[in-house]
Every structure is written in C-alpha cells, then in structure tokens.
Design a protein around this ligand. Structure first.
Ligand code: HEC
Ligand code: HEC
Length: 229
C-alpha cells in the first residue's frame, strides 16, 4: 500500500514537472509582443498631442501628464478605457478617452504607451501653502484615524511608482489627480479595488490637499513637495 501511494505521488510529481516544463517552453516560444515607439511617436503627434503634449507633458491642467509613466500602466489604462468582450461598460469611463481608445488597435495601444513611457516628465510645483501639511501627512503617513494607508507605501516616497504595479504620480497634474480620485470614490473609475477603497475614505478637502502635494512631488527632493514661490 505504501508503495502504491509513493508511486502515485511520484507520478503526480512527474506530471507536475512535465506541465511546468511545457508551460515554460510555451512561454519561451511565444514571441514577445513587438513594440514600435517610432509608430507610437506618430500616433502621439497626430492624435494625442493636442491634449497630452507630443512628449506627454500636457499644457492644460485637466489633461494628465503621460511622460515617463510606466509602460504597463499606460497600456492597462488604454485597455480599461475600451469595452471588453462580454462587458457593457468600460472599467474606466471618460467620453473622450473611451472613443479614442476604441479606435486604437492593440498594437498601437502598446506602441503609443512605449513612446510616452520613454519621455521625461517636467518638474512641477504645489500651488497651495495652506494644504501642503495635510497633503504631506496623507502622502507620507496616511490617516490612521480613518484607516487610510500612506500613499508613499505603494507609489514610492518620491512618487516614482513601482513598475509594473503602481503608477508614477510625481508631477502629475493636481486637477487631474483630484478628478480621478473623485472618480474612484464615486465609481466612474472601477479599475482598481484598492484605490476605490482608499478614495472612498477621503473627504473633498483631503483629496484636494493630497492632489496638490502630488503635483509638487519631485525626485530631486526625495520626499518633499516643492511649493510654487
Ligand atoms: C481631446 C483631448 C484628449 C486627446 C486627443 C487624448 N486624450 Fe488621453 N486623456 C484626456 C483626458 C481628459 C484624460 C483624463 C480622463 C479621465 O479622467 O479618465 C485622458 C487620460 C488618458 C490616459 C490615462 C492617464 C492616467 O494617468 O491614468 C491615457 C493613458 C491617455 N489619456 C492616453 C491617450 C493617448 C495614447 C492618446 C492619443 C492616441 C490620447 N490620450 C488622446 C484627453 C485626451
Ligand atoms: C495598496 C497600494 C496603494 C496605495 C496605498 C495607494 N495607491 Fe494609488 N494606486 C494604486 C494602484 C495599483 C493604482 C493603479 C490603478 C489602475 O490600474 O488603474 C493606483 C492609482 C492611483 C492614481 C491614478 C493615477 C493616474 O495616473 O491616473 C492616483 C491619483 C492615486 N493612485 C493616488 C493615491 C493616493 C493619493 C494615495 C494615498 C491616499 C494612494 N494612491 C494610495 C495603489 C495604491
């Protein structure tokens, strides 16, 4: 009996090893998706530049900066703006971006993401002295009384994010950050459970404070947010 069990066990192990091998071999044989930043640059200058800037440093405040954002995050957003098979609504609702994303092929979503990821984000500054302290506190320590975690824990103290999971936020436009946190809170943006839960606990004033702090975050100051003089 003991013999049978161990033989069976050995068989299971061999099967598992075999499956692992074939999965690995499959992954190796499948070609990595080809990404063409030159084609991405063409799309950026023809379709995206008016709102996001040709290099992803948008001139107008409601439009997010895309420069230097991680490739995986950008590509995921373009997928989330598109209605997926079997779904009625996209996971991220915005009239402009829903129609733009619907017109980009999967390859072009990758190409344009690669282009913007390769650009440099311009530094920016926070605008309000009054809210800076509250913004810094939420960012660096969270709000323990409301069980809001520190943003820096996932987004990196300097706001650089952690590829591939957590987006870069440093120098992101305050008006956009405020709007997207409200979208998470109210459910128009349903593409991340953790962010929806966090935003649900933040008041308008707290959102405004942390959004302004984020705009002034800069890698050259490690942890601080630069205030506009
Ligand atoms: C008419 C203006 C406009 C144009 C053109 C436009 N965008 Fe946008 N884009 C926006 C706005 C506004 C938002 C914020 C939408 C929201 O709150 O969800 C946005 C958001 C995004 C985001 C999400 C950014 C983030 O930080 O989560 C990505 C990615 C993006 N756009 C890519 C593109 C690409 C690629 C193109 C060109 C193919 C493009 N956009 C063209 C206005 C525009
Ligand atoms: C547990 C990890 C975690 C924590 C803590 C966290 N975030 Fe996030 N955040 C994420 C993830 C993951 C995303 C990307 C969601 C997606 O895929 O669309 C994100 C996205 C965002 C975005 C959207 C970025 C963009 O370009 O649109 C903003 C703004 C944001 N977070 C702000 C904050 C703030 C402010 C805090 C602190 C109050 C915070 N986050 C805390 C994980 C976290």
């Amino acid at each position: 009996m003991k013999f049978t069990i161990s033989r069976r066990f050995a068989g299971t192990l061999a099967l598992a090893a075999c499956m692992t091998m074939s999965v690995t071999a499959g992954a190796q044989m499948k070609p990595a998706p080809k990404v063409d930043p030159v084609r991405g640059q063409q799309i950026a200058s023809q379709v995206c530049a008016a709102c996001h800037g040709a290099d992803g440093n948008s001139a107008a405040s409601p439009n997010p900066r895309l420069a230097q954002q991680h490739y995986e995050y950008l590509y995921k957003q373009l997928l989330d703006y598109t209605v997926r098979q079997g779904q009625q609504r996209p996971a991220r609702e915005n009239a402009i971006m829903n129609s733009i994303a619907a017109q980009l092929s999967d390859d072009d979503k990758r190409n344009v993401s690669a282009w913007f990821a390769g650009q440099s984000a311009q530094l920016d500054t926070a605008r309000s002295k009054q809210t800076l302290e509250l913004g810094q506190r939420i960012w660096g320590a969270g709000l323990s009384e409301k069980a809001v975690p520190a943003c820096a824990g996932c987004h990196n103290p300097a706001g650089l994010g952690i590829p591939i999971l957590y987006p870069r936020l440093a120098a992101q436009r305050a008006d956009y950050v405020e709007a997207t946190l409200k979208d998470f809170r109210q459910g128009a943006r349903r593409n991340n459970a953790a962010m929806q839960e966090i935003a649900a606990k933040l008041s308008d004033a707290e959102i405004r404070a942390v959004a302004d702090f984020v705009q002034g975050l800069r890698a050259d100051k490690a942890r601080g947010s630069e205030l506009k003089q």
